[in-house]
Structure formats: structure tokens, C-alpha cells
Design a protein around this ligand. Sequence first.
Ligand code: NDP
Length: 482
Amino acid sequence: MSDLQFFGHIIDNEEVESLGGERFDAWNPWTREVWAQAADGMAADADRAVASARRAFDEGPWPRLGRVERGKAIHRLADLMEARADDLAWMDSTNMAKPFEQAKHDVARSVWNFRFFADHQRDHCGETFPMDSGHHTYSEFGPAGVVAAISPWNFPLMMASWKIAPAIAWGNTCIIKPSEDTPASVTLLGRLAAEAGFPPGVLNVLNGHGAPAGSSLTGDDRVDRVTFTGSSTTGKLVMASAATHLAPVSLELGGKGANIIFEDADLENAVYWAVEAIFRNAGQICLAGSRLFIHRSIADEFMRRFVAAAEALTIGDPFDPSTRFSSLASKRHFDKVASYVESARALGGTVLTGGVADDGTWVVRPTIVTDLALDAAPYCEEIFGPVCVVNVFDTEAEVVHLANDTRYGLNAMLFTENLSRAHRVASALRAGTVWVNCFFIRDLRTPFGGVGDSGVGREGGNFSREFFTEPKAVVMQIDRKG
Ligand code: NDP
């Protein structure tokens, strides 16, 4: 038996192997070594996890616990996450080479996601409307049932927490399948839920691959909601699978975010955020500002500063405190991003800085490309890596058209000191989120999601409530007239 760390499935609060004993390796992409193993879920394991969540929903205390007690249990989980914050962050850094400081930031955000939804479900549990007819009507938000959540590897704990927190807060039970690339932190979360006293089956963790583990969950007719974050291609498969039993889906998919720098932008601020938007997490962010549009009159100055800032990022071991940028999350993903850099060159693009590290690591350095045609694949397709394609523009109308000329529509950024233009352009951009003079700031009360190939539905605040519950109207006669 191997002496590597092992991450099993968490089913009914027990950590278990797959029924057939299948396991897969978890890699550390910085050292390029296997550091752990995880249970590899098959259809029979998914069946077991769904049966447990179903039982916990139909017969267990969780949906009937009451809002206050449920909120307290979720805050207990958040307390335990805080106590184990370094372990959770260590796992994500080890599993996908995220700089440790950034991983700690993600853990703090994950804790907050649980606390927010623990309170939100208590404070936003219904509305009452007096009617002129002598009735009043009120809405009730009862839990939907069993939620299947499938999360990606780029923010392993945080993306999972965005799904699990509202799902369980609203009284559902949940099965989370983390990406096969990053099984560790979500499994620890499952262990902590048991420690926090969650009833068995409220939070099950199913490790394994997209198929059969993920696809067995989405296609199971005992599942009432499916929430997925990942690629647009897989999102379509997930939606088709959920449609076989009419389970509503929430899909947060890919992006090709436009980042627009107007001539009156505060350049220092714009350069800072342009770097964050495409090089944070080595560009492995669905919200990345991967298409940069700069007004012609400031293009030279902006590019000089942007290239210098990209080259100043310290590349290295995610656990070195000076590291701002590390390797990509897996060999498979490194190969994909590297092939886009190659194709950018082959298609006539000019690589101003960056490229594949060429030292045997899975690093693609912060890469900035100009001179690409608007139909070139690296310009149009989601690369999901540290590759920024740059264009100049002359007019506001032109740049709005360029920004919207994509099948994606997750987010956009714009930098200007002109208040009217900020509002006008924000309104004209076809995107689920628009950041003005900033990036990546999120308030959980607002809608989050994408347009077009970037997704279906919105989550956050009451948008999550609408998805994770079965809203009901009750109409009651108050004034018995004639
Ligand atoms: P996928 O969309 O394939 O995977 C995302 C999640 O879905 C993983 O947990 C995966 O499991 C699971 N999955 C895969 N196939 C199925 C299926 N048929 N049914 C149910 N679940 C399934 O993304 P990849 O990890 O392969 O990354 C590929 C590309 O996707 C990236 O290069 C990027 O462009 C985009 N992406 C976008 C993300 C975003 O935040 N919007 C996040 C991650 C990727 P497993 O990992 O085991 O295959």
C-alpha cells in the first residue's frame, strides 16, 4: 500500500474507498510529482452518494432543522475552516501551484461564502404582499432537494464553496464532485462538515473523473438541481444530461473577458488591474481579462508599463513568499496553453513578452501578444492561461463592438475617469459582470453568471435562493367579504 496521503469519498460522514477500490493520482504541478491519491468514483459510488443525499433530504433532520439551527451549523463549519485555513490553502497550492498567499485569500473568501449564505437564508426567507381584494399573499422558499455540484480546479475550494454554501443553507443536501485535478481541499471540507456535526448525507464528496463520476450525478433522476462550473463544451453535456430528468441547471462556463483602457484612464491603476486580470492564478480564471483593448493615443505608454509589470512578476515555487506566478495546474493544461502560444506565433502574432518557460517546468510565462487577426483562434477562444491578446481602438463605439464580438459574455472591465462614459459603456457591454476601474471584486448579493456560451442562470444572494429552492406562493383570505 502506498504511503501517499489519501482522499476518499465522504458519504454519510464516513471517508470511504470506491466500492471497487479504484484510485487515481493527484499531482503537484510545481514539482511534477504525485503527492496523493484519491478514490476514483465509478457509477456505483455516485449511486451510493446520491442515495445518501436523498435519504438525508427525505428523512433526515437538515431540511427541517429551522433556519437558526442550520445557520449555526454552517457557521460552525466556517469556524473549523478558519482553524484549518493553512491546511486548506496548502492543499490547493500543492494541488494546482497556486501561490500560497493567494490560496490563503481564497480560503478566507470561501469561509465568507459559508457565513454569508448561513445568514442570508435567515434574513431573506420570504415576502408578504397585502392585496386590495382582502387577501394577502406570501412567498415561501422551500429547499429543492438533492443538489449535484461539479466544480473545477482553478479555485478548488472557493468555487466549491460558492455552490455548497447556498445549497445547504437553503436546506438542500448536496453531493460535490471536485475536479479530478484537485481532490484534496474539498475532501478536507467534507471531513470538517462531519466534525461540525452536520447530519450524515448533508454534504457528500464524490471524487473521480468527469465521466463516470460527474456524469452519473447529473443524469441521476434523484437529483433535483445541477450546478456546474467548467468549460462551455462540458456545460452543454451537463445540461443535456440534466434535461433527461428535467433538473434545472446553473452553468458558469468559459469567458474571453474584454478589458478596455480609455485615453483618460488612471494609467497606474489600469496597468495594475490589467496585470491582475490576466496573470493572477496564472490566467486560469474564467473572468480573465484576456482581450485587452487600448486607446491608440495611450497605447505606447500603456504597453511599455504593462510589459514591464508582466516581466516583473516573480515566477517560482508557490510556497516561496515572493512568488506571484507559478506553473499551470496540470501537464494537460500546460500542453493546451503552450499550443495556443505556438499557434499565436504561427498565425502572425507578435509575442512581446513571455512564452513557454522551456526549462522542463509546466510554466508558461506571462505572455502578451499583438498583431493577431480578429478571427485567429488565440484571439477568439478561451485559453485559460497567462496569455493576453492586445488591440488598439480609436472610438468608443468601435471598442464596444469589438468587446461584444464574442460568443462569450461572462465579464468585462473598463478604465476611464469619465463618469458618463463609464455608465454608458458598462450598460452597452454584453456581459454578466462589468468592472469599472477595478477587477475581481465581488459582492455576494449581486447576480453572477454569464451571457451566451458563458453560462445559464445567475447565482448570488436572492439569485441563489431562486435556484436552490422551490419558490411557492400562498394566498390567504383575510377579509371575508360577501
Ligand atoms: P471541464 O469542463 O472538463 O471540467 C470541469 C468539471 O466538470 C470537472 O470537475 C470535471 O471533472 C467535470 N466534468 C467533465 N466532464 C463531465 C461530464 N461529462 N459530466 C459531468 N462532469 C464533468 O474543464 P477542464 O478541467 O477539462 O478544463 C478545460 C477547459 O475548461 C479549460 O481549459 C478552460 O478553458 C475551461 N474551464 C473553465 C472554468 C471556469 O471557471 N469557467 C474552470 C475550469 C475549466 P474532471 O476534472 O474529473 O474531468
